[in-house]
Design a protein around this ligand. Structure first.
Ligand code: ADP
Length: 547
């Protein structure tokens, strides 16, 4: 017997329709690329998204064609999100920080038919346009007065496109499993691979991400996603905010500490989200200028390990609750968020921090397990390390165009699990602790040493700004950890001092064998430490024992 409830597909256009109908006057505020602020409401955003959908139709962009963006977080990018997916086409958000060859590769691989770009990226578009074989239209996301001087073929002006259309449009209805958004992984090894989200997966993720133990979004929130809309859809915030009717604040290209701090204050931001490096900038600026937050109450930090020292500083010195989260492009991206449970109410402060430093328990929809190298499941005892596998309705089944074959691993019952490439422990309460990415794990004398754990200790030293721990060859132990660190400006710290700082905090055999100070550490296009590049930079480094 079937249930007798309405059978309505879960479609992205319903999010913006809902926000318009029930939160129509909630604001969307953007710092623009052209300069100055732009403000309007969900109602106006929806009207303009419908105009853009009509323009796409006129341009001949039809489902399931791909429309690419090279854009910052801003209102036009938000309209493109809804217009493209709402029409049944696929929005392909390109990370402009990637190498040019990778961008060209992705646009060709996705067979993008149109490219919408912010003015910042006009020089880039001019350079790559001749190589983008499938692109028929380039659209500058600006008005006539600001059109770029660069020579770009078939160049259109965003505002002119919209002016020429009416906002009359009924969003089409179709199968909720239809593709909606395409995001490529950064491809630290090999070519980037595409994760193709559906309307259904995007909506379920939007619900999951909005839950109280995730972003915890409410209609009275003011949300500023620092995480870019070209990095896994700003972790789904443009969808979750429409779902809950929260006011949105987009920072545009200005992601430095000063600009972000000012925007938090002037717009009354209550909730934010971003990678740890962004918060370094904000905290440094606030420290130097002795500033406080007046409205920000919480932030989700993830994408790479959030240093425990940062969690403590934000909470104790600035009154901002940190939600440490974990996820990946292949998971839309949210998987787990670290919040306390009722049973943890009376734990002492340090025990609470120990839980917060983990990446938390899964959001309903995501299931987790750990396996050893033979694919056998390991216990959830908080001690056994294993490869983390996940499954759920917003977890990838297969990469775009079947790249890399079937990525899933089957369990005994035949169900498929996606191997995340992370090495973790899971405790009996479901809390996941990331030890390493499997390719960063340090194997010493047959045992594993967690580079993340060692990095966190180094960063807790007042003289250290940033640190990476990598394994280097050792004649006896295979590999030993070394710390590569950047000193905090104005602070002196020696190798001996830093190593002393580790004493009593780790097992003796985890003690790094050396410290190398550098002026800066390499980062990936998503702002994470690039250990691959670092290992290349240090390829001539030898431990004393090896020399
Ligand atoms: P890429 O960096 O290749 O673009 P993703 O953005 O999808 O890929 O990154 C996903 C990976 O980032 C995870 O598999 C994990 O290794 C790492 N990661 C994400 N959040 C955290 C976290 N809170 N702590 C440690 N590692 C994290």
């Amino acid at each position: 017997m079937q249930g007798l409830m309405m059978d309505m597909p879960l479609l992205i256009s319903d999010l913006i329709r809902h926000a318009d109908r029930h939160h129509g006057s909630a604001e969307i505020v953007s710092r623009t690329v052209e300069g100055g602020m732009h403000r309007y409401t969900y109602r106006q955003a929806h009207a303009r998204a419908r105009r853009l959908a009509n323009a796409l139709k006129r341009l001949g962009v039809a489902p399931p064609e791909r429309v690419a963006t090279l854009g910052w977080n801003g209102f036009r990018h938000f309209e493109i999100y809804y217009a493209v997916a709402g029409s049944g086409a696929v929005i392909h958000t390109i990370n402009p920080r990637l190498f040019q060859e990778q961008i060209v590769y992705m646009a060709n691989h996705a067979e993008d038919k149109a490219v919408f770009f912010d003015l910042t990226f006009a020089p880039l578009v001019e350079k790559i346009a001749p190589q983008l074989k499938s692109v028929r239209h380039f659209v500058a996301m600006t008005d006539r007065a600001h059109m770029p001087k660069e020579r770009v073929p078939n160049l259109l002006c965003y505002e002119e496109l919209l002016e020429a259309e009416s906002d009359e449009l009924d969003w089409p209805s179709f199968d909720e499993r239809t593709a909606a958004c395409l995001c490529y992984t950064s491809g630290t090894t090999g070519n980037p691979k595409g994760s193709l989200y559906s309307h259904r997966s995007t909506l379920l993720h939007a619900y999951g991400a909005a839950l109280p133990d995730s972003f915890g979004l409410m209609a009275r929130d003011v949300v500023l996603p620092v995480v870019p809309m070209f990095h896994v859809n700003a972790w789904g915030i443009p969808y979750s905010a429409a779902l809950t009717g929260s006011k949105l604040v987009f920072p545009g290209p200005h992601l430095d500490g000063k600009s972000l701090y000012e925007l938090f204050e002037t717009e009354g931001v209550t909730m934010s989200a971003g990678v740890p490096t962004v918060w370094l900038g904000v905290l440094n600026y606030m420290r130097e200028n002795k500033l406080r937050f007046s409205t920000l109450t919480r932030t989700l930090i993830g994408g790479s390990a959030c240093p425990p020292a940062m969690i403590r500083t934000l909470q104790e010195d600035y009154g901002v609750e940190v939600r440490h989260g974990w996820g990946m492009t292949e998971m839309s991206p949210l998987g787990t968020v670290s919040r306390l449970k009722a049973k943890h109410k009376d734990l002492d402060k340090e025990a609470k921090y120990a839980l917060q430093n983990k990446v938390g328990f899964p959001i309903f929809g995501v299931d987790t397990r750990i396996v050893n190298e033979n694919g056998e499941e390991l216990p959830r005892d908080g001690k056994a390390f294993g490869d983390l596998q996940v499954r759920g309705p917003w977890v990838i089944r297969e990469y775009f165009k079947g790249e890399g074959g079937n990525p899933l691993k089957k369990d005994e019952s035949g169900q498929g699990w996606f191997p995340t490439g992370d090495v973790v422990t899971i405790d009996p309460d479901g809390y996941v602790q990331i030890t390493d990415r499997s390719k960063d794990v340090i194997k010493s004398g047959g045992e594993w040493i967690s580079s993340i754990h060692l990095e966190n200790i180094a960063i807790a030293h007042p003289g250290i700004l940033e640190a990476a721990v990598i394994g280097v060859q050792h004649p006896k132990w295979d590999e030993r950890p070394i710390v590569v660190a950047v000193k905090r400006p104005g602070h002196e710290v020696s190798k001996e001092e830093l190593l002393k700082f580790y004493e009593g905090k780790i097992a003796k055999w985890w003690m790094p064998d050396d410290v190398v100070f550098v002026a800066e550490l390499p980062h990936t296009a998503t702002g994470k430490l690039s250990k691959l590049t670092l290992r290349q930079q240090l390829k001539d480094y030898r431990l004393k024992a090896e020399r």
